[in-house]
Design a protein around this ligand. Structure first.
Ligand SMILES: *[C@@H]1O[C@H](CO)[C@@H](O)[C@H](O)[C@H]1NC(C)=O
Ligand SMILES: *[C@@H]1O[C@H](CO)[C@@H](O)[C@H](O)[C@H]1NC(C)=O
Ligand SMILES: [Ca+2]
Length: 191
């Protein structure tokens, strides 16, 4: 009974996985493997002309880039991808989950990526590089563990705990997610 139930479960997961709307199975490394069946929902396509391969996350359109670079380089690359784009900022759990789902779908074997968060000159305060307010955070237990020093000043997601953040050395190369504010795009279009 247990066996046939679990087979049915696997079939269901396979179907959902192939439909593309849901993701299952960590398959990841570096992460918490205890929960192998985290479900997630993908964000919808970005509705800005010319950016329909980006995804809509709140007021932003975001895109994942599978090209490991250090934090600075990642920010520079983001600025070249779209007007007003920066490394992504996160302001809600729902949006954090969208980013996680995107990475799970696009690169299940390496979930770690740069967010646009950084510690402001050893102040113990974190900022978003797009200038938005730091009004939400979801740190891994015990993190950030290098405040007030210059060893780990940049923020990544998915180091030890899936969906949680960690301060890491800005020199480390990671994939990254860029974002631009949808209203910024409208302003650019009007100019
Ligand atoms: C797996 O994740 C779900 C959703 O986050 C949670 O409700 C559930 O308790 C988790 N199960 C285990 C065994 O950690
Ligand atoms: C980041 O990478 C760029 C390009 O490879 C390099 O020029 C720069 O020195 C690196 N910066 C840091 C802080 O590692
Ligand atoms: Ca850390």
């Amino acid at each position: 009974m247990w066996k046939s139930g679990s087979i049915r479960f696997v079939l269901l997961m396979t179907l959902l996985f192939e439909s593309g709307s849901f993701l299952t199975m960590e398959r990841g490394f570096d992460v918490d493997h205890t929960n192998a069946t985290l479900w997630c929902s993908m964000p919808k396509a970005c509705d800005e002309h010319g950016f329909t391969d980006w995804f809509k996350v709140g007021r932003y359109c975001v895109k994942y880039f599978k090209n490991p670079v250090n934090f600075t380089e990642a920010e520079f690359k983001c600025r070249s991808k779209a007007p007003g784009a920066h490394l992504v900022s996160v302001h809600k759990e729902k949006h954090n989950n969208y980013l996680l789902c995107l990475v799970k779908k696009l690169n299940p074997r390496n979930l770690r990526f740069w967010l646009g968060g950084f510690e402001f000159f050893k102040s113990g305060h974190f900022f978003w590089i797009d200038g938005s307010y730091w009004n939400y955070q979801i740190w891994t237990r015990g993190e950030p563990n290098h405040m007030y020093t210059s060893t780990e000043e940049c923020v990544e997601m998915n180091w030890k705990e899936v969906g949680k953040w960690n301060d890491d050395s800005c020199n480390v190369k990671k994939n990254y997610i860029c974002a631009f504010k949808r209203s910024d795009m409208l302003k650019v279009d009007q100019e």
